[in-house]
Design a binder for this molecule. Structure first.
Ligand code: TXA
Ligand code: MG
Length: 314
């Protein structure tokens, strides 16, 4: 894959590539995605193959307007309010498929629901608009590994594939979208914590239930995911032998990286994956991560750290 700075001709080239059933590395405000035509089974099959993703995991379809969203899924009152408040932005809604929907069955993994998101990045929105339909885009990492926050990260994972990566700068948020299911007859369900905090969701809906245990609806719900090669230990006050330290706020070691010296959770979210990649690339055996508080974006950061720290079963 070649890195191309986002521009009008680059978008035109990307659209051509998508029409031929190819991939495009897509900058979004959360992480970089590997985008393909959400309506093409063949293009989606290529994505699954490139990611090495278990096939039962459905993909997020990215849309550029409320109109495009409405032709893909059924929005009830709650879904409408959530989209109005958080789109474009880091919120994915899992909704019943609309009769006019063009997201193919393979992208939905055969489900009668579809995951939709309107990304908050001008390049992503422009590409979807120019393409004229939804783009399926999982995070552009091989299944189970750390998510990509720069165009260079995408090339590090998929360099040998054909296609191009639109360089839209480093991902601003650095953490994936929050995924909620908004389905008839049930409370809004949090499937994956992410860029929109639980507290923020609760300003729009009255109630949020957790996903039922043991049922995987999102690969981000797999116990081991986002995992560096190095062993990862959470809530560490100091590194042990063979470990490097990743600090947060006052838990800091001279000469070590720190997610945010000032203890700012937004800054920590933005740096999390990039710092894990940097430390992992140095070949260390273990990464000890300082405690991160559980409020606001801290819930999503701790969720990713927990999965990265989990025993690997792959
Ligand atoms: O921020 C993000 O969401 C990024 C950027 C690129 O938009 N994308 C991302 O995609 O994280 P991915 O494929 O790594 O995660 C998408 C999640 C998966 O965990 C998948 O299982 C879930 O969305 N998902 C998709 N369709 C679903 C459905 N119908 N029901 C439940 N979960 C669904
Ligand atoms: Mg992912």
């Amino acid at each position: 894959m070649d890195i191309v700075k986002a521009s009008e001709p680059a978008i035109a080239r990307a659209v051509e590539c998508l029409r031929r059933g190819g991939f495009v590395g897509l900058p979004t405000e959360t992480v970089y995605g590997l985008a393909a035509d959400a309506g093409s089974d063949l293009a989606i099959a290529r994505i699954y193959a490139a990611k090495g993703r278990p096939q039962f995991n459905p993909l997020i379809a990215h849309v550029a307007s409320p109109g495009m969203a409405a032709s893909e899924a059924v929005f009830d009152d709650r879904a409408q309010r959530l989209a109005a408040r958080f789109w474009p932005g880091p919120l994915t809604l899992v909704l019943p498929v609309a009769a006019t929907g063009r997201v193919c069955e393979l992208a939905r993994a055969g489900l009668q629901t579809v995951a939709l998101r309107m990304p908050g990045h001008p390049v992503a929105l422009e590409l979807i608009r120019a393409f004229g339909g939804p783009l399926a885009a999982p995070s552009a990492n091989r299944s189970g590994y750390i998510s990509p926050t720069t165009a260079q990260d995408v090339v590090a994972e998929f360099g040998e594939e054909s296609g191009l990566v639109l360089d839209g700068g480093p991902a601003q948020l650095g953490l994936e979208s929050t995924i909620v299911a908004v389905l008839p007859g049930e409370a809004v369900r949090l499937l994956r914590p992410g860029g929109v905090s639980r507290e923020a969701l609760l300003t729009v809906v009255d109630e949020i239930s957790a996903a039922p245990a043991g049922h995987i609806e999102a690969p981000g719900q797999l116990v081991s995911h986002y995992a560096p090669r190095a062993r990862l230990r959470m809530n560490a006050l100091a590194p042990e032998a063979g470990e490097v330290y990743l600090g947060f706020g006052p838990h800091h070691r001279d000469g070590s990286l720190n997610l945010s010296r000032s203890g700012d959770l937004t800054e920590a979210a933005a740096r999390l994956f990039a710092m894990l990649r940097t430390l992992d690339a140095s070949g260390v055996a273990g990464i000890a991560v300082a405690p991160v508080p559980e409020h606001g974006l801290g819930e999503a950061i701790n969720d990713r750290l927990q999965r990265a720290a989990a025993p690997r079963c792959l």
